[in-house]
Write a protein that binds this ligand. Structure first.
Ligand SMILES: C[S@@+](CC[C@H](N)C(=O)[O-])C[C@H]1O[C@@H](n2cnc3c(N)ncnc32)[C@H](O)[C@@H]1O
Length: 304
């Protein structure tokens, strides 16, 4: 842990001397390596304790994005309000070091991957709309549905009916209020209800879930993919996203934001797909910023 302490002290000194984005980028890269070592050594707790007890921690938590993750007002890090710092950056009232840290945490590679995901989902929805009179789309853990900001940019068509499933009624309501041109049916419930309900009441052309699988253990992830797949119409697609084991912010998030995800790589998603729907064809790929992997599973047009 001496090396980790030296990294933290160096970042602290560099920030105090000249606050700039590059320091946070450098720190995140270094912390990624230390985080991996701590995981191998089974000492995540030691890693987190050292980060949090270092004076650098108080400086980094001046950033409202990092602070919200750390304080978890909705019970977990990475809620929809927090993600809006990335999707919809507001002119910040922060200055000095706090403003530099905020700009860094909301624009560095993990944030770029969240914006890439927003674009990807909008394009997927648009593709589904162009091949159908009215596309039926289910978003699982829908949050504020900021992909609709991008969808608005791509097309003026609105031939889509969304079902927004989220445990948080405030997030659903924010989506319905913001995107009034779209038909959005809110379902305030847990994704677990999809797993429990044996009879499938409704089917969809597209079912996606972003920002949820990073919190699910394998058994739950497999059960949810199965439940999503069972709700696809023939020719439908399901898509899930997961931050990767080598994603850039992993050490910074665990160390300073108390934000620990369940990271997965391509082979991990392949195992989930094989366990959940072994007969279905699928596609696995990584985003361009290279911090998130995607699994798309396709429901056959002829049989399911
Ligand atoms: C990280 S946000 C992702 C929001 C959005 N999908 C996105 O990508 O921006 C996670 C969302 O999952 C929802 N969520 C967390 N646990 C859930 C559960 N058990 N059932 C349904 N939604 C859940 C939260 O309320 C939150 O809106």
């Amino acid at each position: 842990m001496d090396h980790l302490n030296a990294i933290l002290t160096k970042a602290h000194e560099r920030l105090a001397a000249e606050p700039e984005l590059g320091v946070i980028d450098w720190l995140a890269t270094e912390l990624g390596t230390s985080f991996d070592e701590a995981i191998i050594d089974g000492d995540l707790q030691g890693f987190q304790t050292l980060c949090r007890s270092h004076p650098l921690s108080q400086i980094l938590l001046m950033d409202p994005y990092a602070r919200r993750a750390f304080e978890k007002p909705r019970g977990y890090a990475g809620d929809a309000v927090m993600l809006d710092y990335i999707y919809r950056p507001a002119r910040s009232s922060l200055d000095g070091i706090a403003s530099v840290i905020h700009e860094a945490t909301t624009t560095l590679p993990n944030a770029k991957s969240i914006l890439w995901r927003q674009d990807y989902l909008a394009n997927l929805i648009n593709k589904t709309m162009t091949s159908r009179e009215t596309a039926e789309v289910l978003s699982v853990a829908s949050g504020h549905m900021r992909e609709l900001d991008r969808l608005r940019d791509i097309t003026r068509d609105t031939n889509v009916k969304f079902t927004a499933l989220d445990q948080d009624p405030a997030s659903i309501s924010e989506a319905q209020t913001t995107y009034r041109e779209y038909d959005i049916l809110g379902e305030t419930k847990s994704f677990a209800s999809l797993i429990r309900e044996r009879a499938v009441a409704k089917r969809y052309d597209l079912i996606y879930s972003a920002g949820l699988f990073d919190y699910l253990q394998d058994n739950m992830a497999i059960a949810l993919i199965k439940a999503m797949f069972a709700r696809l119409d023939p020719g439908g697609v399901l898509s899930i996203a997961n931050f990767t084991r080598d994603s850039h912010g992993r050490g910074f998030m665990a160390g300073f934001m108390d934000w620990c995800l369940i990271y997965r790589n391509e082979e991990d998603l392949r195992s989930l797909a094989d366990a959940a729907c072994p007969k279905a064809s699928h596609r696995i790929f990584r985003d361009q910023p290279r911090n998130v992997v995607y699994l798309e599973v396709f429901a056959d047009r002829n049989e399911q």
